[in-house]
Design a protein around this ligand. Structure first.
Ligand SMILES: Cc1cc2nc3c(=O)[nH]c(=O)nc-3n(C[C@H](O)[C@H](O)[C@H](O)COP(=O)(O)OP(=O)(O)OC[C@H]3O[C@@H](n4cnc5c(N)ncnc54)[C@H](O)[C@@H]3O)c2cc1C
Length: 216
């Protein structure tokens, strides 16, 4: 075998196969449902894929309400991205917060690096909308990310701890009153889970006056 053929394996014995052109680089920002599905679809495309997310896990958002109501542990709805992508050899992951995109020069500016791309997929999701409900922006707990679900869970459990020490009935009732803004699927699921939480916490707080927490 001569050295040229060794470097460029022959197709039919006469023609020498040229080295493949360098693969296009696809950068996907956001490893949520959309970003992950895109990365998965590109696995066999031959493209070099770089998936960027500010978290190194993918969140199964539909079950956030169960984390918020202390029904399941946060880890059970957070999938480590590097583990998920282990077998996708041409897909890399980078944990970074994307700050800006320079479309003219095809560059992504993150909090830690500037990354060039050939093709860009922006899959950064959505933001919580309070739709003008008075006070909601300032006082409500949004339920959109895992961190927010954990913050809400901690807040709810803290209220139980405070209520069990609170001698005043009126104040106790206030501490155990939860208002849900939004009656869509998540709001309804959250309401149902709070009722279930009340049942499951009865044994942990036997001294609590459960009349103070009623369904309205
Ligand atoms: C509480 C709740 C319950 C839901 N339940 C259902 C359901 O039961 N069924 C259903 O079909 N849909 C449900 N949805 C809607 C569904 O979750 C969304 O439609 C879906 O997640 C949208 O996918 P996405 O990829 O566009 O965004 P997301 O899944 O939100 O992913 C966006 C990703 O981008 C990352 N990101 C954002 N900005 C940056 C940045 N600047 N730099 C780096 N990374 C960034 C985020 O960390 C995140 O990982 C629910 C939504 C919520 C909030």
């Amino acid at each position: 075998m001569d050295s040229d053929t060794e470097n460029h394996p022959s197709i039919d014995g006469n023609q020498t196969m040229k080295p493949p052109p360098s693969s296009p680089r696809v950068v996907i920002v956001g490893a949520g449902f959309g970003g992950m599905q895109t990365a998965q679809s590109l696995t066999k495309s031959g493209a070099d894929v770089l998936l960027i997310d500010r978290n190194n896990y993918n969140t199964f958002v539909p079950l956030l309400y169960q984390v918020a109501a202390a029904q399941i542990e946060p880890e059970s709805i957070a999938y480590p991205l590097r583990t998920v992508l282990r077998r996708a050899t041409k897909t890399q992951f980078m944990m970074a917060d994307v700050k800006q995109v320079d479309f003219d020069h095809q560059l992504i500016e993150t909090d830690s690096a500037v990354i060039p791309y050939d093709y860009l997929v922006l899959a950064t999701g959505s933001q919580t909308q309070f739709l003008g409900v008075p006070g909601a922006t300032d006082y409500a707990f949004p339920l959109r990310t895992l961190d927010q679900a954990i913050a809400l869970r901690n807040h709810i459990l803290q209220r139980f701890e405070q209520a069990v020490r609170e001698p005043d009935f009126g104040r106790r009732q206030q501490l155990l009153t939860f208002v849900i803004v939004g009656g869509g699927p998540t709001g309804v699921e959250m309401a149902g889970t709070l009722v279930e939480l009340r049942h499951s916490l009865r044994r942990d707080y036997p001294d609590l006056d459960w009349q103070a927490m009623q369904d309205d």
